[in-house]
Ligand binder design. Structure first.
Ligand SMILES: Nc1ncnc2c1ncn2[C@@H]1O[C@H](COP(=O)(O)OP(=O)(O)O)[C@@H](O)[C@H]1O
Ligand SMILES: [Mg+2]
Length: 246
């Protein structure tokens, strides 16, 4: 990372930390995301190295890191897509994985909604732009799994881009009891509450619908209805650890 200057600003999410910084070689602002899954990763004060908090979960950490790396590699193939954040680089360092993105000047839909009302025209535009992003990613068999207002950037140049693809999220889903890490209440469909739920393009489309509904009404959809014939125990158990993080 010698050619990158990282500023202090950090945003901690469920399985990564986003830093804002500057690429000295490209002479451009960047955003860098570090694989740092909450509850699994640990960093000793004064050190840059990332270690696993619990040796038993070493395999999950490693699998997540590989997924994170491979996904950065795949998202980089979308470079040039006007609706998806661009990825400049990805690499292993400090015993974890990083990917470097082009810096997007603007604000997330979530921040925008705190200040202004989204009009129907804006909502339809967002729907169309993010649908284009999903068509591209689903075409490469990549699910986003976390479509929500904080992962949609309304850029100052008028473009609308999708952030935060999450293959590593699936690994977390398999080993984590904390739903807040792997799904966003009010946006996630039923199948994300189920350990064996079948996820597909429809999972992202549901969340996009929920996002547009939220943008227009500021209300959130209620959690998916639990029907007796579905694996409700599973849903109930896993929901117990969930925190409303949105
Ligand atoms: N390329 C980028 N340019 C500018 N800001 C970004 C960029 N990527 C992420 N951010 C900011 O960082 C926040 C967190 O990034 P994100 O990839 O969504 O990670 P997570 O939700 O896992 O923390 C975003 O909501 C956005 O505010
Ligand atoms: Mg995010």
């Amino acid at each position: 990372m010698s050619a990158l200057r990282i500023r202090k600003k950090r945003i901690q999410g469920g399985f990564g930390i986003t830093y804002l910084g500057f690429d000295l070689k490209l002479d451009a602002r960047i955003a860098v995301k570090e694989y740092y899954p909450i509850g699994l990763a640990l960093r000793n004060p004064g050190s840059t190295m990332v270690t696993v908090s619990n040796a038993e979960q070493g395999e999950s950490f490693k699998t997540g890191a590989e997924k994170f790396y491979n996904e950065a590699k795949m998202v980089a193939k979308f470079n040039g897509n006007p609706n998806i954040v661009s990825v400049h680089d990805f690499f292993y360092e400090n015993d974890t994985v990083y990917f470097v993105m082009g810096y997007l000047q603007g604000q997330t839909l979530k921040s925008y909604m705190k200040k202004k009302t989204v009009t129907e025209g804006q909502a339809v535009n967002i729907f169309q732009q993010i649908s284009n992003a999903l068509l591209a990613s689903h075409g490469m068999n990549i699910l986003h799994r976390d479509i929500s207002p904080d992962n949609i950037m309304l850029c100052d140049d008028g473009s609308i881009r999708l952030l935060d693809f999450g293959a590593a999220r699936q690994v977390m889903a398999e080993q984590s009891q904390s739903l807040s890490v792997i799904l966003k209440q009010g946006f996630a469909p039923l199948e994300q509450y189920q350990q064996k739920g079948k996820q597909g393009a429809w999972t992202d489309i549901y969340a996009l619908g929920a996002t547009i509904y939220n943008a227009l009404t500021t209300d959130m959809l209620t959690d998916p209805i639990i029907h007796p014939s579905w694996d409700s125990c599973d849903i109930h158990d896993r929901s117990a650890g969930a925190k409303q993080q949105y």
